[in-house]
Design a protein around this ligand. Structure first.
Ligand code: HEC
Length: 112
């Protein structure tokens, strides 16, 4: 009886630990692939400012915002105009509707 209870407790905490990792670890390969498919690299680089700012700069600016992930997801999924060389252009959105992949990309950008 006591053993059964211990096992239950153990399996419970194992699930919790596994779920914890999947929420926090970002999948770099998938983030990079999604950016490639969405042609983000035309305007962004991790370290260098191009037409758009570097992801390092984005990460620094959003560092203290509690809803950073939600804001980046919004930026990547809703059409929005941005300025490139003084001209307004459509920012473009990510080429997927998979919410988990978009969240992964947002978290990857914010952890640069
Ligand atoms: C046509 C060029 C262009 C493309 C393509 C582009 N961006 Fe941007 N992006 C910009 C510009 C310009 C801004 C405006 C802010 C700035 O960089 O000064 C911006 C802003 C951002 C921001 C910061 C938003 C904020 O609130 O500060 C993120 C994050 C971002 N882009 C990610 C991406 C991702 C991911 C992709 C691919 C889906 C992408 N961008 C595609 C030009 C582009």
């Amino acid at each position: 009886m006591k053993l059964k209870k211990t096992l239950l407790l153990l399996s419970g905490s194992l699930c919790f630990a596994l779920a914890g990792t999947s929420v926090h670890a970002t999948d770099e390969a998938d983030a990079v692939k999604l950016m490639k498919d969405s042609e983000c690299g035309k305007c962004h680089d991790v370290k260098r400012n191009k037409k758009g700012k570097s992801y390092k700069k984005v990460a620094a600016e959003y560092k203290d915002k509690p809803d950073a992930v939600a804001q980046i997801i919004k930026h990547l999924t809703e059409p929005k105009e941005v300025e490139v060389d003084g001209e307004k252009v459509d920012h473009g959105t990510v080429k997927t509707r998979d919410a988990a992949r978009i969240k992964n990309l947002a978290e990857w950008i914010l952890s640069r």
